[in-house]
Every structure is written in C-alpha cells, then in structure tokens.
Design a protein around this ligand. Structure first.
Ligand code: FHN
Length: 435
C-alpha cells in the first residue's frame, strides 16, 4: 500500500492526477471550511440498490454480478419506509452538523433525478421519488448541511474507465470511452450543484481504482474547477488516501484517525486543511444483513472525541435498510451520542486540537482560554500534562464544576484526579493563560 501511495503521490506531481491549478479559495469557501471544521460530527449514508442484497456496497464486483442482471434490482426498489424528515431529525438530535449522502456509489446507480441516465431512482424504480431532493429540502429546513458523495468509479456504465475493480460485471471492453464518461460526470455534478440548493461538499471516491495505471488522468482539475465555479463555497473533498491535491478544501481519512494507520488507508501526510475521518458504525458501509457488530456508544464517543483531539471531524457511517428505515441499532447509538453531545458538546464543537498531543490516556481539545482534557484510561490517580508556555488558572471537572487540585511548574501541570472510571470520557476543564 505504501508503495502505491508513493507512486500515486509522484504521479500527481507529474500531472497524472491533474488538480485544479492556480486555485485560490473564495472568501465564502474559507468561511465554509471553518464552519465545516467547527461542526466536528457528520453522518455518512451509504444507500443504493446494493441495500436490497444485504451484502454491503461492494457485492456487485465481489460476486462478479452481471450488469444486465444487477440493474434489474431497480425495478424492485421500493423503500416504503423512507422518510427524510425522520432521518434528518435523528441526525440532528444526535448532534450531527452535516450529512454526506451517496448520490451514486460504485454500482453506478444514481439516487437522484438525472437527465444523464435513465438508471436513476426516479425513472428506474417504482418508488419514483428523488430521495436526494427530499433530503436536501429537509436538511435545509432543519439547518443541517448536506454533502454529496460521488463515485469516480462506475461498475455499471459501459463507457466508464476500467480500473482494478468492476472488471467482472460483463461490460464489453470496446465500449469503454473515458471522454464520454467525463462528460457524463460533469453533467451530473452540474445537476447536483444546481438542483438541490446549497451543497456543503462534493466527496469524491475512487481515484485509487487506477493505482495500477500510472498514465490515467482523472481530470480532477476540471471537476474541481466546475464545482468551485458553480458553488464557490462548496468544499471539494477527495478520499484518495493521499496528501491533498491543489483544489481540495478538506482532507479525508478512512477508518483511522489522522496520524494512525491500522487499516492501511491513512498513511498520508496530515495537511493544514480541515480534516475528516470516516468510520463505520458496524463493519460495512452499505447495509449488510449479517453484520450486527455495532460499536458501543462509549467507543463511538471516544472516536469522536479522539478525532476532535486531533483537529478532525468524525463522519460516522450508517447503511440504511432496503425498506428505507435506519437500522434500530444505529438509531439507538445516534440517540446516545446525541445525549452525550448535549451534555458535553461544548468540549468538541468549535474546538481545535488541544496543547497536549493524543496520548494512551486520551486527548485534549481547546477553544481560546479553555482546554478540555478528555481522559478515557487514566493510568494513575494523578495525570501530568506537559503544558509548556501555558499557565493553568483553574481546573474543574466539566460534569459538575467541582475543583480539581493541581500543581504546576514550567514543564506543565499535575492534576490530582483521584479515581477515574476506565472507558468513559472524564473531562477536566482547564482555564489557561499564555505564560
Ligand atoms: O470503496 C469505497 C467504500 O465502498 C466506501 O465508500 C468507502 C468510504 O470511505 N470508500 C471506498 C473505499 O476507500
């Protein structure tokens, strides 16, 4: 993976992955970046025809399903329980500040009304409703920003460039036509940015599909310039698992917090752009019927706080069911995270990474003269924080404002905590001043 990453990075510099050159973000884009970073918590939704198969969003290519057979799923797609108001309400009450929805995933099915292909939810399904429109209207009504996931890969379209996935879906090789495919993508992006009001971000995925084809050009510069022309405030995010290219407004990480790389997708350098890491609530992005392996609320809160302590947002994924409902296990966790954020959100929203780098015991977050010490696993009854350059004026437990005694010198502060429960997030608030 590291070798591929290095190769792709080199190609990007050589123009193999041309980015938007001479990009100067508009003032409204800079404001949107700040708003995005302040939000800290978003909900990722992977929903498409694949939900009906209950095997996750990669089943089409994993099982080498023929594209002419796969497309027949559309005629049976009737998610009767879909209710945009219920979804958005649940996300808002969970404390999420934005949603990122898969408008078209690698399977190639468009979950919105598009004039570019009849293979879309309005024309090809008996449901015949534009769920993106319903979500957009509801998000705007409830004050939640909406981001659009948009796959660069397509396993269904005959003209889509062939990479290393989707090769067994039966499409005739001679029909491949990158120019036609790029026109299609540009026309769809134009629809997404002109039919649904303000769009918070376009979230690309799939650059990595061509990592064995060094001369392939995703023409990202053209796509990015189009987005910034149509909606200057719309952020461009690209989950290519590399350091950001010019023209991108935030940096994505997948399944790991910035600086960690247990899943092998996040070894890239950390940029100065706003950061976002996406993670699943169970094991899969799209609905998988057999996967009830949901992370506990405690773990999800730790992940969210761990992201904030690294200056990053958490984009937490849910795979909606084929009937249009959100899984009960996901709803339970959303409600619990919401309860936690209502009590403790002040220590997460609008913060930056704190003065102490992430440690085995937890992380710190900061806003102006407040530093929040989030303690998940305290090894001792006392905790030393290296705080060179800062003087602590006061330390209290965030939960009940009770005083925490401390001692400090030039090197930092020693908090005398007493017993700290393991696992939960015990928060100590410090009021600090520059030395
Ligand atoms: O292949 C996709 C996958 O299905 C999912 O959408 C994730 C989300 O980050 N991105 C890709 C893998 O990197």
């Amino acid at each position: 993976m590291k070798r591929i990453t290095t190769l792709l990075a080199a190609l990007c510099c050589l123009g193999g992955l041309s980015a938007q050159t001479g990009y100067r973000p508009a003032p409204e884009n800079l404001a949107a970046r700040q708003q995005f970073a302040d939000g800290r918590f978003g909900i990722f939704l992977h929903w498409g025809l694949y939900a009906m198969l209950g095997q996750g969003e990669w089943h089409m290519t994993n099982a080498n399903l023929h594209y002419r057979e796969y497309e027949k799923l559309a005629a049976g797609f009737y998610p009767a329980r879909f209710d945009a108001r219920e979804w958005v309400t649940a996300f808002r009450e969970a404390g999420a500040r934005y949603i990122c929805f898969t408008t078209r995933h690698h399977e190639g099915f468009s979950m919105f009304r598009t004039a570019q292909s009849p293979y879309n939810i309005v024309e090809a399904t008996p449901f015949a409703r534009d769920v993106v429109k319903e979500l957009a209207d509801e998000c705007h009504r409830q004050g939640i920003r909406l981001h659009f996931y948009y796959s660069l890969i397509d396993w269904w379209r005959e003209d889509a460039p062939r990479g290393r996935t989707g090769l067994g879906t039966g499409r005739p090789a001679e029909k491949e036509d990158a120019d036609a495919y790029f026109d299609f993508m540009k026309a769809q992006l134009t629809e997404l940015l002109t039919q649904y009001g303000e769009v918070g971000a376009i979230w690309f995925d799939g650059v990595w599909d061509q990592d064995r084809n060094p001369s392939f050009d995703w023409r990202l510069g053209e796509l990015y310039a189009l987005i910034h022309k149509l909606q200057p405030a719309c952020l461009v995010i690209n989950n290519h698992h590399l350091a950001p290219f010019e023209g991108e407004d935030a940096q994505a990480f997948e399944r790991d917090l910035p600086g960690e790389n247990t899943a092998g997708l996040s070894g890239q350098e950390i940029s100065r752009l706003p950061l976002e890491t996406c993670e699943t609530m169970n094991g899969m992005w799209g609905y998988r019927i057999a996967d009830q392996n949901y992370k506990s609320t405690e773990r999800l809160v730790r992940y969210l706080v761990g992201a904030a302590g690294r200056g990053a947002n958490l984009l937490l994924n849910i795979g909606p069911q084929p009937d249009g409902a959100l899984p009960a296990a996901a709803l339970e966790r959303l409600a619990a995270v919401g309860e936690w954020l209502r009590a403790n959100g002040e220590t997460v929203y609008g913060t930056e990474a704190g003065p102490v780098e992430p440690r085995p015991w937890g992380v710190t977050t900061r806003r102006s003269d407040r530093v929040w010490v989030h303690i998940f696993n305290c090894p001792d009854k006392e905790l030393f924080l290296p705080l060179e350059g800062l003087r602590v004026k006061q330390a209290v437990r965030f939960a009940d404002r009770s005083k925490v005694s401390f001692a400090q010198d030039d090197a930092g502060v020693l908090l005398r905590l007493g017993e700290v429960p393991a696992g939960a997030d015990t928060i100590v608030e410090l009021t600090v001043a520059e030395r």
